[in-house]
Write a protein that binds this ligand. Structure first.
Ligand SMILES: [Fe+2]
Ligand SMILES: [Fe+2]
Length: 302
C-alpha cells in the first residue's frame, strides 16, 4: 500500500470520528494573539489564566527538569517572562494536546505514551544542541507531539490496534510497519490528518508525517532527522510504550544520521558511545517530569 492510499485511509478514519478531541478555544486565541507584534505579556497571561487547566500545566512544565529554573516560579506572568513570548505558542500547543487526551482510556497506557513522548522531546533537544540546530524549543515540542497518531489509534481503533500490539509481540517488526500491514495506514498519516484539523504549523505536521522516514521531508528534514534518532534512542532505552516494540538500529546506518552529519560535519568526529551516555542522563528526568505533570489528574498505572 503506498503513502497516498494510507493517507486517504487515515483521512477517512479521522473524519469518521464525531467526538475527536478539540484544541481549546483559549489555545487558538493564544496562537492568534501571539501573531500580533504589539501584544503584551499581561494580555497573554490574562487570556491563559481564563483556562485553569492550561495554567496549571504551564506552571508544572516551567518548574520541571526541562526548564530548570534556579528557584520555583509561582506566577504565570513570571513564567511567561522567563520563557519568552516566542515559546508560549509552543507551550500552549503542547499543554492543549495533553489536555485533549487527558483521562481517555485506550489500548495504550497514557503514562507510557507520555513518557515516550517527553523522552523523545528531551533527547531531541539535546541532539539539537549538539548539532547547533537553531531552535531548541521547536525540537523539544516536535518530540513531544511526534506520535500523536498513536493516541488516536489507541482510543478510536482500540480492538484493531490491540491486534497490532499483539502482533509485534511475536513478530520482529516495527510498530509502524505492523500498523501499515494490519490497518492499512499508520500513526504517521493519522497524526498528520489530526494535526491539519488542529491547524498545527507546517513544520510540526511534517515531523508527525515523516519522523520514520526523514529523507522524504522537504520543509525541515534536519528536524525530522533529530526526532527520528531521538525516537530510536528512547525506544532502545526502554521508553517504548511499556517495552512493547521490537527494534534494533545501528546509528551509522541510519538515514537520519547521514542528514545530521551533512548539517553538522563535526558529528563525524563524535564519540558515539559517550554521546549515548550523555543522552542516558536525560532518561531519569523523563519519568519525574511525567509523574509531576499527571499526578494530580491521573492515577498511577502499573
Ligand atoms: Fe512514530
Ligand atoms: Fe515514537
Amino acid at each position: 500500500m503506498d503513502k497516498n492510499q494510507m493517507m486517504e485511509r487515515a483521512e477517512i478514519l479521522v473524519g469518521a470520528v464525531d467526538d475527536l478531541p478539540t484544541i481549546p478555544i483559549v489555545a487558538t486565541k493564544v496562537l492568534q494573539l501571539l501573531d500580533d507584534p504589539d501584544v503584551s505579556v499581561e494580555e497573554i497571561a490574562d487570556l491563559m489564566l481564563s483556562d485553569q487547566v492550561m495554567t496549571a500545566r504551564v506552571m508544572k512544565l516551567i518548574n520541571s527538569p526541562v526548564y530548570k529554573p534556579t528557584q520555583e516560579i509561582t506566577s504565570l506572568k513570571r513564567a511567561l517572562v522567563y520563557l519568552g513570548l516566542r515559546h508560549v505558542r509552543e507551550l500552549a500547543l503542547t499543554t492543549s494536546v495533553i489536555n485533549a487526551f487527558d483521562g481517555t482510556t485506550g489500548a495504550l497506557e497514557l503514562n507510557a505514551f507520555w513518557e515516550h513522548s517527553f523522552g523523545v522531546g528531551m533527547v531531541s533537544k539535546i541532539i539539537a544542541q549538539k548539532i547547533g540546530y537553531q531552535d531548541l524549543e521547536k525540537a523539544y515540542i516536535s518530540g513531544i507531539i511526534h506520535d500523536l497518531g498513536e493516541v488516536f489509534l489507541s482510543n478510536f481503533l482500540r480492538d484493531p490496534f490491540m491486534e497490532v500490539l499483539e502482533y509485534i509481540k511475536t513478530h520482529q517488526i516495527k510498530l509502524v510497519d505492523a500498523e501499515a500491514e494490519l490497518l492499512g495506514t499508520t500513526h504517521c498519516e493519522i497524526g498528520l490528518s489530526m494535526a491539519r484539523k488542529w491547524n498545527f504549523p507546517d513544520a510540526y505536521c511534517e515531523v508527525i508525517a515523516y519522523h520514520h522516514n526523514p529523507g522524504e521531508a522537504t520543509i525541515d528534514p534536519v528536524l525530522c532527522a533529530i526526532v527520528n534518532l531521538s525516537d530510536l534512542f528512547c525506544t532502545v532505552r526502554g521508553l517504548n510504550y511499556g517495552g512493547r516494540e521490537w527494534i534494533s538500529f545501528n546509528l551509522s546506518d541510519e538515514e537520519a544520521w547521514a542528514i545530521l552529519k551533512n548539517e553538522s560535519p563535526k558529528l563525524a568526529e563524535l564519540d558515539i558511545e559517550r554521546f549515548c551516555y550523555e543522552l542516558d542522563d536525560a532518561i531519569p528526568d523523563v519519568a519525574e517530569l511525567v509523574t509531576s505533570m499527571f499526578s494530580s489528574t491521573e492515577k498511577a498505572k502499573p
